[in-house]
Ligand binder design. Structure first.
Ligand SMILES: N[C@@H](CCC(=O)N[C@@H](CS)C(=O)NCC(=O)O)C(=O)O
Length: 231
């Protein structure tokens, strides 16, 4: 059975939970206690090189990390990833946008806001993340005024991925009412059969107010992992 390495308050984890629910695929969950440093254990770094969740282990022992790579892998051959070359590339376009403009900005600001860390962050860092997030929300609003779903006419893993953090932008201090077409898309996604409404607050984790452990220098790798921003 597939194993999902997860942290329940994680919306990156939600993306994979949502697709697994659509696919009706059985899986077991292994929870990683991120704020107690479990993500930095040698055993977990062998599964997820950045020490982040989600990650999966297949029946044959192979492992895969990065939420959007996992979505693309699991959705292959399903209605949630187009089979034509251009349609797939369009989905990948929006998955890349999600990582650069949504997850790394709204995701980080939400984590800091909900766990009391925002006041400890440098004002210029917060300002850059806020302005990038505002740009992303405005862009999504303009794009979604022209079609029903982000990568075309059909709901896909690109919608799942962007929905994960964009739908929670209010928890990062953004006014969703400012983006009406985006708001209508949120409702279209919520109306999908099998939509996974269940999420978990950070308050289920007594350690969530801690900072994540310092980035690790892996022996022989010659590089330091980027400072963690999201949980
Ligand atoms: N780009 C990664 C980001 C994953 C990520 O940042 N996950 C958070 C939980 S939402 C995490 O594991 N944080 C722990 C850390 O940064 O050490 C993805 O999309 O999977």
């Amino acid at each position: 059975m597939l194993t999902l390495y997860d942290y329940l308050p994680s919306q990156n984890g939600w993306k994979v939970r949502q697709l697994l629910a659509h696919l009706d695929l059985p899986y077991r969950t292994e929870s990683i206690s991120l704020f107690e440093g479990e993500g930095r254990s040698g055993a977990f770094l062998a599964i997820s090189p950045t020490g982040t969740v989600p990650a999966i282990r297949l029946d044959d022992g192979r492992t895969l990390a990065e939420s959007n790579a996992i979505l693309a892998f699991l959705a292959d051959g399903s209605e949630w990833l187009p089979s034509d070359r251009f349609g797939r590339a369009k989905v990948l376009q929006w998955l890349s946008f999600e990582q650069e403009r949504v997850e790394s900005t709204i995701g980080a600001l939400r984590h800091w806001s909900l766990t009391g860390k925002l006041a400890r962050r440098a004002a210029d860092l917060v300002a850059v993340k806020r302005s990038t997030a505002l740009g992303a929300l405005a862009l999504l609003d303009a794009e979604l005024a022209t079609r029903d779903f982000i990568a075309g006419d059909a709901y896909s893993i690109a919608d799942i991925s962007i929905f994960a953090y964009a739908s929670r932008a209010d928890e990062a201090g953004f006014a969703l009412a400012d983006y009406p077409a985006f708001g209508r898309w949120l409702e279209r996604v919520r109306a999908q059969p099998g939509h996974l409404a269940r999420t978990w607050p950070y308050s289920i984790d007594p350690h969530a107010t801690r900072e994540l452990p310092a980035p690790t220098q892996r022996a022989g790798a010659g590089m330091v992992h980027a400072a963690p921003q999201r949980a």
